[in-house]
Design a protein around this ligand. Structure first.
Ligand SMILES: [Cu+2]
Length: 741
């Protein structure tokens, strides 16, 4: 097994050395970035390539940043690592062949990957067929051992279409990866042309869902944070022929991107040579790792530099007209609170009119006015999308603003979100407090685009899932597992190091990805103590080595109550189905956690390596009680949070009141959403047994996942596989595995 024990020698670049608003925003809908589905297969090759990410003038003799990208035919010289944007049509399948040409970790020049893979995480582990020995080791690795070193073989990757209603074999889940040499694949690997290992997969997406901007990005088990960070993300726009808003933004004789602008916001770090930098172990002379157990993993990647569409702090020149901005938060962990301001004249900018979110249009436009007292900024956690109409008419320079001072005509898209959200550090005013700039030019123009009217429906009214028969309520916790401060030998450097302690892993429902709990330590070989583990009783074997607790039935509507016991907000994301946020409500965290802890029987605490309890919280034990015995009418195995609720039931923000697949679960709150495992378009009063997907949601024997979309969290256990029990035979489906996809 080849691995490397070399620490990255990269020196972080001071973000203040990056000029701002000097380069124009890359247009992701430009001819070399847009791929319109014409009915023939689209080939996208994952490629290592130079991308001009940094602003002109940042580093001398800059030839580009080595990144990864999904590159389509004719896109070799594409400006951005991000992309392409695939333009699909509702109900017309789009077949994509994703080819992994990323090469080997030994030879990659993407240093952020090369020096940051962490083999102590539960990850793809291609060269050991997923054995993950270093994830089972009951001690930190020491220098010279494989667990202390970076992976050095063929790079695994897998594309996931985030927000898509897709069969499980096309979901591109964490176990569906395939390596660049075509030799190794994960247990969930699928390609339309056969299951034998290859360096590509062919996915035929069905597109039978509402028109929406969904997106595709890498989802490799335990390496998603790196693959996405290094560039593997693109957008996927499903056009509904009945759409009455978007087509009004086509300007006669102009390209699609003239007034329609995807905006993918990502924070990054760079080194002094302009290459991507990822904080791992003590790279750059700073200690990033909080614990020696996972030397290359940080709980949240919080970058010091903002990129939009793959360019640092760009500007976009706009006319005095309306623009349809399609926001994607493509960051690892950073949230954004967005508003437009003029830092020169100190005036607020135009309002943000939200017309659509993750899974389709809102019923009516929602005005987010920076001058309003409430809901005056657009909050986006990682994975969330919003379509925003901004009208720049009347916002040119020299126009006198409400405060009597003339506008500069240069509007800053400002960020005020703390990181981690909501209780972390404020953004730096000079750097991470700024996203990009809009420069208004020219005089008045004739604008025939849709003009937001908050009183008028912009779509057939959204099917209200509160009208659907409720099949099941689940109450599920979010848990952070903490490591203690300690002095220990740094596995990478071999130097005695004072570790501050901090999250060892983050969990949903106190359950690791595989549904096992740790029962003790096998010290047969005292040098190699191995955790012993057993499946959590009552969980169901999925046939891929995992034990499941969420096995909903197709057509059913379920209420999920997410009880966040951690200090930070987490964007909770479900695969397969869009959901509807119902409410959020605070609870007494101290009292609930006491009751929750009391419910645990005696067991093994792997963080202390000793038996504890009963009556104390056991990390990664699973829920304290039996998952499938309802408590207060709720499944999940947790004491009912109802007696501990306090404060008002807070409705979803108006811009969240649509189809969502990713939603913020704030700390100290219960977040409730209704999810129906059925197409969006079926009348909500339809009996669940008559609600069918167009495909068998169990076809091929696999399932889906639900997880936190802070990708650093999902890479370290904050994700669970799930499976959907079909309610109809496969032969009666519109789309059938092996025939249609
Ligand atoms: Cu999280």
């Amino acid at each position: 097994m080849r691995a490397q024990a070399v620490q990255s020698t990269q020196i972080p670049l001071n973000p203040k050395n990056i000029p701002q608003f000097v380069d124009e925003l890359p247009d992701l809908l430009a001819g070399d970035s847009l791929l319109v589905d014409s009915g023939t297969q689209i080939d996208l090759t994952m490629t290592e390539r130079l991308s001009m990410v940094l602003s002109t003038g940042t580093v001398p003799n800059y030839q580009g940043t080595v990144t990864w990208a999904y590159i389509g035919s004719g896109q070799a010289n594409r400006a951005s690592y991000l992309g392409p944007v695939v333009l699909a049509t509702k109900n017309s399948p789009t077949q994509i062949k994703f080819i992994n040409n990323l090469g080997s970790a030994a030879s990659t020049q993407v240093l952020a990957y090369k020096y940051s893979t962490d083999q102590t995480l539960h990850w793809a582990d291609p060269m050991h067929d997923g054995m993950n020995m270093w994830n089972h080791m009951a001690r930190p690795p020491v220098k010279g051992e494989e667990g202390a070193e970076n992976y050095l073989d063929a790079i695994p990757a897998v594309p996931h279409l985030h927000g898509g209603y897709i069969p499980p074999v096309l979901d591109g889940g964490p176990d569906a990866w395939f390596t660049s040499d075509g030799v190794k694949v994960g247990s969930g690997y699928y390609s339309r042309d056969g299951l034998s290992p290859k360096n590509y997969c062919i996915y035929n997406y069905l597109n039978d869902q509402e028109g929406a901007l969904i997106w595709f990005h890498d989802h490799t088990l335990g390496a998603t944070r790196l693959n996405v960070y290094c560039g593997l993300a693109g957008a996927y726009l499903i056009l509904d022929p009945g759409d009455t808003v978007l087509p009004t933004f086509f300007v006669e004789g102009q390209p699609l991107g003239y007034t329609i602008t995807p905006l993918v916001i990502q924070d990054r770090m760079f080194d002094t040579n302009g290459q991507l930098f990822f904080p791992a172990d003590s790279a750059g002379g700073l200690l990033w790792a909080l614990n020696p157990e996972h030397p290359y993993w940080v709980p949240e990647f919080i970058g010091d530099t903002i990129c939009v569409n793959g360019k640092t702090w760009p500007r976009k020149t706009v006319e005095q007209r309306r623009y349809l901005l399609m926001f994607i938060n493509g960051s690892n962990a950073r949230s954004y609170e967005l508003s437009l301001v003029d830092p020169v004249s100190k005036n607020f900018g135009p309002p943000l009119w939200v017309v659509a979110t993750d899974g389709g249009y809102l019923n009516k436009p929602v005005r987010i006015d920076p001058a309003a007292a409430v809901n005056n900024k657009l909050l986006m956690m990682p994975g969330e999308r919003y379509w925003v109409i901004v009208d720049f008419a009347g916002y040119a320079g020299t126009v006198v603003g409400p405060n009597g001072v003339p506008y500069s005509g240069k509007w800053l898209l400002k960020n005020t979100a703390k990181a981690p959200y909501p209780g972390g550090a404020s953004p730096q005013g000079a750097t991470t407090g700024k996203i990009m700039q809009f420069v208004v030019t020219g005089g008045a123009v004739v604008d025939t685009s849709y003009n937001p009217d908050p009183t008028a429906f912009i779509r057939p009214v959204i099917n209200d899932l509160t009208l659907a028969p409720l099949a099941k309520t689940r109450q599920l916790t979010l848990n952070e597992i903490m490591g203690m401060p300690q002095n220990a030998i740094d596995p990478v450097t071999g130097v005695l190091t004072a570790y501050p302690g901090g999250p060892l892993e983050i969990l949903v429902n106190n359950t690791k990805w595989d549904g096992y709990r740790i029962t003790g330590v096998d010290n047969t070989d005292p040098m190699m103590p191995i955790y012993t583990k057993s499946p959590i009783p009552g969980f169901i074997d999925d046939g891929h080595g995992n034990y499941l607790s969420e096995i909903p039935t197709e057509g059913d509507t379920e209420l999920w109550e997410i009880v966040n016991t951690t200090a930070d907000a987490h964007p909770i994301h479900t695969h397969l189905a869009q959901f509807q946020l119902q409410s959020r409500q605070a609870y007494d965290t101290k009292k609930y956690f006491a009751a929750y802890s009391t419910a645990f029987p005696a067991g093994f605490d792997f963080t202390m390596k000793m038996n504890v309890g009963p009556g104390v919280f056991i990390p990664a034990y699973g829920p304290p009680l039996a998952y499938d015995t309802p408590i207060g009418g709720k499944y999940g195995g947790n004491p009912d949070v109802t007696p501990f609720l306090k404060g008002p039931v807070k409705a979803a923000l108006p811009q969240e009141a649509g189809w969502k697949d990713t939603v913020m679960a704030p700390p100290g709150m219960v977040t409730r959403f209704l999810i129906r495992w059925a197409p969006q378009g079926i009348d909500p009063t339809t009996p669940s047994t008559n609600c069918h997907l167009s495909f068998d949601p169990s076809a091929g024997g696999g399932g889906y996942v639900w997880h936190c979309h802070i990708v650093d969290h999902e890479d370290n256990e904050m994700m669970r596989p799930d499976m959907i029990t079909p309610n109809q035979d496969e032969p009666s489906r519109q789309y059938r595995i092996g025939l249609d996809y």
